[in-house]
Design a binder for this molecule. Structure first.
Ligand SMILES: [Fe+2]
Length: 348
């Protein structure tokens, strides 16, 4: 049989109609597989090298959400596009949890589908290139300082890896970058993804525009990038390590400077450890002096830290964590934002 080098796309839908029409649209550009239910789909994914899955949410046998979770557990680099009828979506924010690439509403439009699947594949390819590059530099980065220098250098030469369309910005890229950096560290694994999720909940509650939300997400993903090259994480820190650790917001800002990100994004990275009472770092800003993104990320960051736990600290439940944050409202956190966050979380 002739080898087909085109990307493999799996269409999962319990109804024949959508399966066939999606197949017709995608067939000229991709190698198509189809499944009628989730169990069969997972089988195909394990046997074929699937690049992209289009997934119907409403299916018997196994609900789409469950299929999605299992696909991402099996291989997080497989891109998933959700195909859904209008109004079946609880909240777009939920998709962030599983890193869904995009949604397509039924009845679908040919050019939407083609362009979405193509963008999907671009992200997948970028993700492989970034990963290969980071693995390479990790091998030769014997010291954390070297790692820091390599990443900084990498960000400087980013245009060799990634050409973001102006309107798209860097969100896709920073997702891949931070998740790759976190892969080898069980302690921070998924941290920026979750901080992004919690920050987005607050953005929704505030009614931020799409552009502002995207900038906030970029900032949330990058907030701890300055920790690259600081080797700690083993429980408590001594004086020197603490001083070193507290440099990470400024180091992060320096690292991402070649990206020329909007100043709101930079503000989120630089000031996410400031406190409302002025006792934070790096500048000891107070109250409204602290940029909005930084106040949002501070809440999301802290909530994640205490619900995930630390080597020397047990994880707290959702309610315990919210109480803990409330105790520190006004001294550490913006009370209004905290209320919005608590409300959004309780709805989940
Ligand atoms: Fe931080």
């Amino acid at each position: 049989m002739e080898h087909d080098s085109r990307p493999n796309v799996l269409i999962v839908d319990d109804e024949l109609g959508p399966r066939e029409s999606l197949g017709m649209i995608l067939k000229p550009s991709f190698n198509i597989f189809t499944s009628e239910d989730g169990r069969e789909a997972l089988q195909v994914i394990k046997n074929k090298n699937i690049d992209v899955v289009t997934l119907d949410l409403k299916m018997p046998v196994m609900p789409g959400e469950e299929v999605l979770k299992q696909i991402k557990d099996y291989d997080p680099t497989i891109e998933v596009v959700i195909i859904t009828g209008y109004g079946t979506l609880k909240s777009a924010v939920e998709a962030i949890k599983y890193n869904v690439f995009d949604y397509i509403l039924k009845p679908f439009n040919v050019s939407d589908i083609l362009s979405t699947v193509k963008r999907c594949l671009e992200r997948r390819e970028m993700s492989f290139r970034v990963k290969a590059f980071l693995t390479e530099i990790e091998k030769e980065s014997k010291s954390p300082l070297k790692m820091y220098k390599h990443i900084s250098h990498f960000l400087n030469k980013l245009d060799e890896f990634y050409h973001p369309a102006k309107s798209e910005g860097y969100l896709e890229f920073v997702k891949v970058l931070t998740s790759t950096l976190e892969t080898n560290d069980t302690y921070t694994k998924g941290h920026s993804e979750r901080v992004n999720y919690y920050a987005t909940l607050i953005a929704e509650g505030l009614g931020l525009s799409q552009v502002d939300t995207r900038d906030l997400q970029t900032s949330a993903y990058l907030h701890d990038i300055g920790k690259v090259g600081i080797s700690v994480n083993n429980g408590s820190l001594d004086e020197n390590e603490l001083t070193e650790m507290r440099k990470h917001p400024l180091k992060g800002v320096k690292m991402v400077s070649p990206l020329k990100l909007p100043h709101e994004v930079i503000g989120g990275i630089k000031y996410h450890h400031e406190r409302m009472d002025g006792e934070g770092y790096p500048e000891g800003l107070k109250g409204d002096q602290i940029p909005l993104f930084a106040r949002i990320i501070a809440i999301a960051d802290c909530y994640d830290a205490i619900t995930v736990g630390r080597p020397n600290k047990a994880a707290m439940s959702k309610n315990e964590a919210l109480l803990e944050l409330k105790r520190n409202a006004d001294s550490q956190f913006d009370k209004e934002l905290l209320d919005i966050f608590a409300k959004a979380l309780r709805k989940k």
